[in-house]
Write a protein that binds this ligand. Sequence first.
Ligand SMILES: Cc1ncc(COP(=O)(O)O)c(C=O)c1O
Length: 395
Amino acid sequence: MEKDGDASNMFKWKENPATLLPYTPPDWASHLNGSPTVRIKLFQPMTPIHMWKIPGLPDDVELYIKRDDMTGAALTGNKVRKLEFLLAEALASKCNAVITCGAVLSNHCRTTAVAAGILGLEAHLLLRSKIKNPEDIVPRGNVLLNRLVGAQQYLIPNEANLDTEIVPRMQILAKQLSDIRNIKSYLIPVGKPSTTAVQGYLWAWQELLDQGIQERFDDVIVTIATGENAAGLAIGNYLTGSKLKNNEKIGLKTHTDRKETKKKRLYAYWVKYTHFLKDFIRKVAMTTGVLLDPTYTGKAASGMSHDLTYDRSKFQGNRILFIHTGGIFGLYDGRMTNILSESRDDQSQMKVWMDLADDPIPVPADKRNTNGHQYQPNPITLNHHFNEDMHISLT
Ligand SMILES: Cc1ncc(COP(=O)(O)O)c(C=O)c1O
């Protein structure tokens, strides 16, 4: 079986990112119909897993995080996993453009646009928005990156129907590109089930197995939207179920597939977007350095945190793995800006150049960080305290 971390494959990726590699699904998935036969190398595999002490968790909870936000820089997140298969299919069928759709702030569209840039494909994005006039869309967050990598973006109404309105437009666009410019397009109509797309998280399940999650965790938590991630993980869990059943240590449950994975648990959370959520994102960032996004992972993690505190019956055990699926550019589209200016405590303020004697640096109210260590003063405070002895000057 091909292994993601193989030096030979990494070398091929450096040679040419558009190189098509033969793909063999994991043994446990080899009997599934419609498995892709080729893939390309786009992301950094074997994303790390580490301990994650978010604020306010009960003491007996052992929370870890899998950093799928580290799959790449502009390619960050879960979406790039499926694109290794989808865009391989595009290249194998000699397409020169990719046409896809999503919300105006879509991570999938941004990842597709960036990946297309890497592979030398044109990207055409149909983006749902309440805003009708493209000039009113501020280029920031994912939209900024789409622009930077030269994707063509088309605004479509928020309520447009995928089957009757969006897909037909994608097909018309493909026809025009073909008739006028002799360009062949590959269509990714997000929201339609695709065995090729699910392969991305089937492979992620293999990666999790290789990282030893069966022995180490009781529950796995992931954010759900279209359900592709969750489906890949649930199918992976189901197909490797005998192994898991034997040691009864881990299980999955999803919104999409409750019956099949009855005894198994994978929680998908979707909490309301509130001031509380933004504050939660800020506190997690401040105490653990992990950046969650306001659309997906922030909601999932705050829902998880709530349930770990108030409804433990939802979990099989106390050893929890949260999968961070990325979305970080959601922090840069303006939604988080208010929270910083409205910040209710003094932990992270920006001041004008100050006279330290008259204007002492505020000491955060919470003197302990959540890793259980004593609060470490920031470097400026240190310098201030030791100024005389250490001859470090702030001026
Ligand atoms: C950052 C992030 N996390 C999670 C999800 C949910 O993934 P899925 O659509 O496969 O359920 C998405 C996709 O919409 C996403 O962008």
